[in-house]
Structure formats: C-alpha cells, structure tokens
Design a protein around this ligand. Structure first.
Ligand SMILES: [Cu+2]
Length: 603
C-alpha cells in the first residue's frame, strides 16, 4: 500500500504539470495516518446552491462559466501525489487499486480485493455512495475556484468570489429532450479548445478541461499499461479486444486511440427516447428506494426499472473509451457531470417518494471494503469517505438530505410542492425526445379530451445476469442487450441506428468478479405498440401477437456482436400492466393491478 500524501501548502502552489495559471512547484507532503487527521469531506461551503445543467451554465456565461473552466483546468493540473488531486480522487472509484485516506480493504479473497475499487456497483449503496464522492470532488473544485478568484483584480473580486461560493458540479442531462440537430453530448464537452479569461485579464484559448484528462507522468502500470483487465484474456467475450488502458496518456471516449464523439453522439441519440421513458417510469411509478436506485434486487424486482441500470447505458456507450471500464471511468471529466445527473435523478425520486429509503440487505457484490454477505443498511459506512477529521464515515443516513452537503438541483431549489415537482418532471420527460420543452400546457389540455381513462402498457422485461459474460480473465465483461421490433440489419454497426431499434439494457460487468446476480431492466413498448396498431392490429390480442412475432433481441457492445449463448440465464419477456391515465398535468399516470406475463421473447 502506498503512503498518503497531502499538500500542506496553498492550492496555488501545488500545481506542477501543465497549468496555464500557476507554475510554482509544490513540495510539502506529509503522511496521513493517525486518527484525528482524516480527510474531512464537507461538500462545498458558503450555502446551498443548485448544481445546474452544463448547457445552462455555459449559456449564462460570464464569471461562473469562466471560473468553472479555470478551476477544472487547475484541478486537473494538481500533482497526482496529492490526496485531493484530480488523479487521487478519480482513483478512488477503481484504478489505481490503493487505499485512500487510510481506509484499507477488508480481508477479501486476495485476488478479488486487488482488482476492486471502492465503488459499489450492482449494489444497494450505489446511489448514496456517489453522493459524498461527488461532494469530495465539488469541495475541491470550490477550493481551487476560490484560490483562482483571489487572483482577479479588486474590481472583479466580488463577482469572482461570489461565483466561487456558488460553484457546483454542473450535471449533464443525457435524457433531456433535444431537437435532432443538437448533440446529446454538449459541445462544451467535445470541443478541444476553449476560450477563457485569466485573472490578469488575458484572454486565451486553452485545452478544454471538459474534453479529457491528461495523465501526468506517472507509473504507467497503475492505469495505462494494465490493459483494463475486463476486456482482455484470450477467451474474452469481446475477442480479447485491446483496451483503451493500454498506453494512452489522456482519457478517450468511444474509441481506441482518440475520442470519437460523432460515434458517441449517435449512440446516445439512438437511446435518448428509451432512456427518457425509462427515467420517467422510474420517477413516476412508486417503487421502494432500493428498487428504484440500485441494480441489486434487495427489495424485490424493479418493474419500472432502476437508476443504476439506466446510468449503465451511458458508460457502455463510451466503449472502449475510459468512461466504459469502471476501473478507469472517473478520470474522464464527463464522469462527474454524468454522475451529478444520476444523483439528481436519485434526489428527484427521494423528493417524490420521501417515505422510502435504504433497506437492510446483504451485499452480493463485493467492493474493496465490502465482502459478499456483509449486511448493509442506511448506517453502513460509505467507505472511504470520512465526514470529519476524527474518522467518522459518511453513511446513507447522513447523506440522505442533499442540502446537508451544500447543494440542491433546480427542480428542488425552492422546496416545491409535490404537484409542482410532478408537473416539472412530466414536462421534462414525458413528451417526445426531439421537442424542446416549451408551452406544453396548451397541447396537453387538448390531448386530455381524447385520452382514455385507462390503457394497457406493454414492457419488455430483461433479466440480465450482471456478470454473465465471461471476460476470460476471471470477471464479467460489459455488454448490452439490444431490442428490435422488425428486421435487424446484418451489420452490427447499423444496429442502433436501425428503424427497428427499440432500446437497450446494459451491464458494466467487473474485471475480476463473477457473481451470480441478475438485475431487471424494462423497456417501454408504447412506441412499438403504436407500430402494431399502424400495421393493422385492432384488438389487444392482435397487438400482442404482433409484438411477440416482431420483437427480437441481440447482444453487443460498441461495434461488436456477442453470441447469445455466451450469456447463460439471460431472459427477455413481454409483460403488461393497466395504466390509469392522469387527468391533469400535475399528477402521474398510475400502473395498477400488477403485471400480466405474456411469455418469453425468443427471436
Ligand atoms: Cu457510473
């Protein structure tokens, strides 16, 4: 295990590598081991301010946007040995597999422990664990922002200090309605250079800190050079595909040696509609917190879907880039904006259904500090995140209220009534995916007149073995299950853009784990049903017959097809439920009367 190093100097002097702002070499490091000197995660300070959508932050521009870009740049430039550097914080999630802030792994079977980060996936604590994790990042982003603000001339001090007080991680809403000519990945994340104004007044083009993270000189074996164990091995499901962690010196998206943003955008656009609908179903239909948040079936299966599985698709769309392998994902700046969005979705669920929270459940997936069988509940420590220097850990209980961590989200900022919140979610996620949310009111009223009081909703239920695809290296490879209605193109590269593509279910796998765990994902078939009706189905039975005949599924990842028989236990079936259609804009439809099973989809 490595020793911990912290900077006992001002943040202005810790930058060593490639900072356009500061060039002073930092040097003071000290060991952090004894009780009383743990890293206290408090979140951002100075009040409760909203994390805003990254496009909105950019659009508003001015000091907040300029300061955000400067602070991200400076944060990334920090010496990688420093405990709260970008590198060390990103490294908590997966690689490098070290202890952070003195929190050693428990006595797992040695092989697994060596290849696990702290991050709980397919796990009860998935949602709440990321909360102090993001707060740690945010707290440091703010610390850096304040130190930069202090460099601006007196006339601009108030504005920049105010921007630093209010700085929070912007979220990237990848389920937001967007006209088809707008990319799902905001251009602020995909342009290589960006304009900023330095404290001395100089305007310049700098490397965009939202585009990638540049690994500074480091021991290449820690991350790059590992080959990301999940993809390698002669019997690997993706054919021993070379991994992005081989020898890149910067993070890459959806490619092998360079980011392929057009490919990423096209993948994300193809799932936008199904992701939105799934999100809407999760937020609008009552499920317990454990069901809605986590891929682990702690509390019965999640018929409306889970936020963790919803989030998986964004990681897999980045295959084979750094965002895809969970061991390397947090280095990409995209990770933080993606996970701020996941946290927002979690917070929205909490606000709509305040009465349900973490239950008690045994872990069936280990992490660096959690063994299979460990009993978990809302008071379990979210390791390695200390709440204070004395060494108390954050727990799901202490992380329940986001305001206690110094932030909120636009929808929750003014303590909305339930009706207001419902109306906001409905307006954002229930309409078509290519129409910006504007004046939906008038349209809705006219729709309402013709809306029946109840309807039948069909769903594809996918029971997905989380680690079911052998990666040939003792673990489970990530994979997607893609659902089609109608003909499937012969070339796998055309699959997601095919007219017949309906949606997908994703699992991330894990490099050294093969746990027997199945998670449930659902794909809403309302649009598929529309096609059935257009094709002439006039009765419920005919529509059902059409769906059963024309629904097909395939397995793949990136541009690779995966043979179906490589995953044992995967099942796709057709279910339906009755929906009571809401008669106002501030109420959700309700799924009533349980689910009917209509058999397996085989084709
Ligand atoms: Cu994630």
């Amino acid at each position: 295990m490595r020793s911990y190093k912290i900077a006992a100097v001002s943040l202005l002097t810790v930058s060593t590598y490639g900072s356009p702002l500061f060039t002073t070499e930092g040097g003071l490091v000290e060991k952090r081991q004894s009780p009383g000197s743990y890293y206290a995660i408090t979140g951002a300070s100075g009040g409760v301010y909203p994390r805003v959508e990254v496009r909105d932050l950019e659009k508003a521009g001015g000091e907040p946007w300029n300061l955000f870009l400067l602070a991200m740049t400076e944060f990334q430039a920090m010496d990688q040995h420093v405990i709260d550097s970008w590198y060390q914080i990103a490294g908590i999630h997966g690689m490098p597999y070290y202890a952070w802030d003195g929190v050693e792994g428990s006595n797992l079977d040695g092989k697994s422990a060596a290849f696990l980060g702290y991050c709980p996936h397919n796990h009860l604590l998935f949602g709440t664990w990321h909360r102090p994790y993001l707060a740690l990042f945010e707290q440091n982003l703010q610390k850096v922002a304040h130190s930069i603000a202090a460099q601006f001339p007196t006339a601009l001090q108030t504005k920049y200090q105010d921007a630093a007080t209010k700085i929070r991680i912007p979220y990237w809403d990848w389920a937001k309605a967007l006209p088809t000519d707008q990319p799902v990945v905001p251009t602020s994340m995909t342009t290589e250079k960006v304009s900023v104004t330095f404290p001395n007044g100089t305007a310049a083009q700098i490397d965009n800190p939202l585009y990638d993270y540049n690994f500074h000189p480091l021991d290449n074996k820690e991350i790059n050079g590992t080959g990301c164990p999940l993809f390698t091995g002669p019997g690997g499901a993706t054919g021993g595909l070379p991994a992005v962690c081989q020898d890149n010196d910067r993070t890459i998206r959806a490619g092998q040696t360079a980011s392929d943003h057009p490919a990423l955008n096209s993948k994300l656009r193809s799932i936008l509609s199904s992701q939105r609908t799934l999100l809407y179903n999760i937020l609008s239909q009552y499920q317990t917190f454990a069901q809605a948040s986590s891929a682990q079936a702690c509390d019965g299966t999640a018929k409306a879907g889970t936020l963790e599985n919803l989030h998986n698709a964004i990681h897999n769309a980045n295959f084979p880039g750094h965002m895809s392998p969970s061991g390397a994902t947090a280095f990409d700046p995209m990770f933080w904006m993606h996970h701020a969005n996941v946290d927002r979705q979690l917070a929205l669920h909490q606000a709509i259904f305040p009465g349900t929270y973490i239950v008690s459940c045994a872990a069936n997936t280990p992490t660096y500090t959690i063994s299979i069988g460990d009993q978990l509940d809302a008071s379990s420590p979210l390791t390695p995140f200390h709440k204070n220097a004395a060494g108390d850990f954050w727990t799901s209980n202490s992380a329940r209220n986001i305001q206690d961590l110094g932030y909120t989200y636009p929808e929750l900022a003014d303590s909305p009534t339930n009706a207001t919140l419902v109306a906001s979610i409905k307006a954002q996620y229930s309409g078509p995916s290519d129409v910006l949310v504007t004046s939906t009111k008038a349209k809705r009223v006219s729709e309402r007149d013709t809306t029946p009081a109840t309807k039948e909703l069909y769903l594809a239920e996918i029971n997905l073995p989380s680690y079911g695809l052998d990666n040939g290296a003792g673990g489970g490879a990530p994979y997607n299950v893609l659902l089609f209605l109608g003909d499937i193109p012969s070339d796998v590269r055309d699959w997601q853009n095919a007219e017949s593509f309906v949606g997908l279910a994703s699992t991330l796998g894990a490099p050294m784990l093969q746990v027997d765990q199945t998670t449930t994902h659902t794909i809403d078939l309302s649009l598929a049903l529309k096609k059935a009706i257009e094709s002439g189905a006039t009765t419920e039975d005919e529509a059902l017959g059409y769906l059963k005949q024309h629904l097909h599924y395939r397995l793949g990842l990136g541009d690779f097809e995966i043979e179906r028989d490589q995953v044992k236990g995967l099942e796709v079936s057709l279910i339906s439920t009755v929906v009571e259609v809401a008669q106002s804009d501030d109420a959700f439809d309700r799924w009533v009367g349980g689910f009917k099973e209509h058999g397996l989809i085989e084709g």
